[in-house]
Design a protein around this ligand. Structure first.
Ligand code: NOJ
Length: 737
């Protein structure tokens, strides 16, 4: 007779309980251990799997390897439990999409969902069923290289994108669908608030900021059904995130009711010793498992110490059982017991398919932000001679960004190629000018000469792919190396006589203040993925009208950092008086504000209606207005809704994003945009640290960026209401009539 746990007709709960009953303590702990196969399927890895000491592996790549190691797990272990194979499939698997910060610039959750869905389809076809994404760390500090991996500085935008990403990877719910992955919300929590923007560094923030800003997107991911959560490297208010009972057990698993499992970041349990909160591996294992970390990534700490801790009565076996239940539940829900193997036939069909490469282009276009345009863009396609200059102009590696999984630069389109394809009849002159990071100026003369000969010049400057992402913090945020000098040299030679456009590629905001103040046009292209060059050429030559907006503030100078739009007012807001909150040697305002992005057409906002004017807590306010395309070409506008709580029991941000909608309008078209704002979105943590909606006046601001507010109104909340803690999240419904 077949064991109950092998019977797919039984419920997941029954199967989990049946299997758990049959497992030895070592086998249970084995499920809690994950190892990396980045060096291949070594004898050590195979041995760990064969002995039932590994429940999961990361970095196994290729259909053959996947199937070989799964065969060992399924056929050669006592209980035949399949492995959960994970990989960092962050912005694409082989078809590489824009980096997450760029995806957020689309301000379109369908874009994020589509990129995740395609990444999942490709990875799942090759036997990967778990991704360590989405990365949901709010980042207010562009020195931190991992800002590239997240959705920017705003909790509301990140919540919307978190939901979309989870649904894109997992589908409507975690299921055996062979085109889907289990997602992982990381890095829980507040990793993005590392001091000085230095990776892995200490985080010390208030519980209010923690909950309202840094936890918000994680809560949204949990509400969306995310299967797993990764505990972060950083210490948080004195307690490392991978030993933090408050954030893991009390908030995540308690208040929010998270039912999936928690995996540590890479050796984050072992590092508890380095943090100085555990004397040795054994104590580290105890702290982590007690706090609620269910799986040990690559640390080998659980395997070495947990059994002993249980036998000595230090760790109750019930804690082990709880972790294993959570892990097995994900494996059963993914259908791994029925179907652990990769399907080479499907892999051949779907990976890098024409359809996926088309989607990569569509998505990339939507992520481009036109930061400045004094009328030189779009460039006419009738140009006969164009110069494409800069160290990134013909770079097929940078465009793939910091987490390219199995992406291959040979598949990527550089800006130079994109422009050559766009202008088949024109002469396209190319000069690198300099390298991304070196001090060598010997190529300047050639670059200047090319610009002199051309009718228009496109300068492609910024960061290479390895300058953002993990362990890529920067103390200087200007264009690296001598690139700004190159821009100046070209500008001095031809500026004013022919159009000169800067295309800036980067994984973070850069302090390109001089460039933005002198050049007539700046296009922010981030790292846009395999079709970057085509998408950028479409924007430069007007075949696509850019509509992206910044999900993060661009500072003028590093000294302004951290800089973010939803800051507090202070008792002395910046003003003409010296004794106000500002700098004596730099503007206090950013170079480009959050939500900023231009278009080749113009939009007008009018006729704001806010109804009702007074609302009970628990009710909703409808905010609607007319949006018109008053220019002469079709375009996208991201209409943004901000709210300010005018007087509250604690200080509140000057404004907070509470809704947005990307709308496409034909020339002359006019539509009513309607936001339905649930009052729960007005809640914050009051003096007693309970979530509360307070009575009083709320200012409504609608506009084209956080600084470009076009319409203002207000409403009132009639009474104060304290809310229950819980896992529910609210979103503003946005529609176009
Ligand atoms: C460490 C990184 O912090 C995390 O984001 C990643 O998922 C793991 N390594 C696995 O590669």
């Amino acid at each position: 007779m077949v064991e109950a746990y092998r019977d797919p007709r039984r419920s997941v709960e029954e199967r989990v309980e049946d299997l758990l009953k049959r497992m030895t303590l070592e086998e249970k702990i084995g499920q809690m251990c994950q190892y990396s196969a980045h060096a291949g399927l070594t004898d050590r890895i195979k041995d760990l799997v064969r002995r039932g000491l590994a429940g999961s592996l990361l970095n196994v790549v290729g259909v053959e390897n996947v199937n070989e190691i799964q065969r060992i797990a399924v056929q050669e272990t006592r209980l035949g439990i399949p492995l959960l194979l994970g990989l960092d499939v962050i912005h694409g698997y082989k078809t590489i999409f824009p980096i997450p910060l760029a995806l957020a610039s689309s301000w379109d959750p369908e874009v994020v969902e589509e990129a995740a869905r395609i990444a999942a389809r490709e990875a799942a076809a090759e036997g990967i069923r778990w991704t360590f994404a989405p990365m949901l760390d709010i980042a207010r500090d562009p020195r931190w290289g991992r800002i590239a991996e997240g959705f920017g500085e705003d909790p509301y935008l990140a919540m919307v994108m978190a939901w979309a990403a989870v649904k894109g990877f997992q589908g409507p719910e975690l299921s055996p669908d062979p085109e889907r992955l289990a997602a992982c919300a990381k890095h829980y929590v507040a990793y993005g608030a590392c001091e000085g923007g230095r990776d892995y560094n200490t985080v010390d923030i208030s519980e209010r900021t923690l909950r309202e800003v840094y936890m918000a997107p994680f809560k949204a991911a949990v509400a969306a059904g995310v299967a797993t959560v990764m505990s972060a490297f950083n210490d948080l208010n004195g307690v490392p995130a991978s030993a933090n009972e408050f954030t893991l057990r009390r908030v995540l698993k308690g208040e929010w009711g998270f039912r999936g499992f928690v995996v540590s970041d890479w050796n984050a349990i072992g590092e508890l010793v380095v943090h100085g909160v555990a004397a040795d591996g054994s104590e580290a294992a105890k702290l982590a498992v007690t706090a609620g970390v269910d799986m040990d990534m690559e640390g080998d700490v659980y395997r070495r110490h947990l059994a002993d801790l249980v036998r000595r009565g230090v760790v109750p076996e019930s804690l082990i059982d709880e972790a294993v239940r959570r892990i097995l539940t994900v494996k059963f829900k993914l259908g791994l017991f029925e179907n652990p193997y990769a399907d080479p036939e499907r892999a051949r069909r779907v990976v890098k398919s024409g359809e996926h490469l088309e989607a990569a282009l569509r998505v990339a276009r939507k992520c481009i932000v036109l930061a400045k345009n004094d009328g030189v863009l779009p460039l006419p396609k009738t140009l006969r001679r164009v110069a494409v200059i800069g160290p990134l102009a013909d770079d097929r590696d940078a465009v793939l960004g910091c987490w390219r999984a199995l992406g291959d630069p040979r598949d990527a389109v550089s800006v130079l190629e994109g422009i050559r394809r766009k202008l088949p009849g024109a002469e396209v002159l190319h000069a690198r000018g300099c390298d991304v990071r070196s001090e060598d100026r010997s190529g300047f003369a050639e670059a200047v000469e090319a610009a002199r000969r051309a009718e228009a010049t496109v300068l492609v400057v910024g960061e290479s792919a390895d300058m953002s992402g993990e362990a890529a913090s920067r103390a200087h945020l200007g264009l690296p190396g001598v690139q700004e000098e190159l821009v100046r040299a070209v500008w001095e030679a031809v500026g004013g006589r022919a159009p000169v456009v800067a295309v800036v590629m980067s994984g973070r905001p850069l302090t390109i203040t001089w460039v933005a103040e002198h050049l007539p046009a700046v296009v922010i292209a981030w790292h846009l993925g395999v079709r970057a060059g085509d998408a950028i050429a479409d924007v430069l030559f007007g075949d696509y009208n850019p509509g992206g907006k910044l999900p993060v503030t661009w500072p003028r100078a590093v000294g302004q950092v951290p800089i973010y739009y939803n800051h507090k007012r202070t008792g002395r807001p910046p003003g003409p008086d010296r004794f106000t909150s500002k700098y004596i040697d730099e503007d206090w305002r950013p170079l480009f504000p959050f939500g900023h992005g231009l278009s080749y057409t113009r939009f007008e906002y009018s006729d704001l209606r806010v109804e009702p004017s007074a609302v009970e807590p628990g009710g909703a306010v409808t905010i609607s207005f007319c949006l018109a395309n008053v220019g002469d070409r079709e375009g996208d506008e991201v209409a943004q809704l901000y709210v300010r709580d005018v007087v509250a029991s604690v200080t509140r941000p000057v404004k907070e994003l509470k809704g947005f909608k990307r709308v496409t309008l034909r020339p002359g078209e006019r539509r009513r945009v309607v936001f339905t704002l649930p009052t729960q979105l007005l809640a914050f943590y009051g003096r007693d640290m309970r979530p509360v909606i307070e009575a009083g006046v709320y200012e409504v601001m609608v506009g084209s960026s956080s600084e470009d507010i076009r319409l203002r109104g207000s409403f009132e909340v009639t009474r104060t209401a304290v809310l229950e803690e819980g896992g529910r999240v609210w979103f503003t419904e946005a529609r176009v009539e």
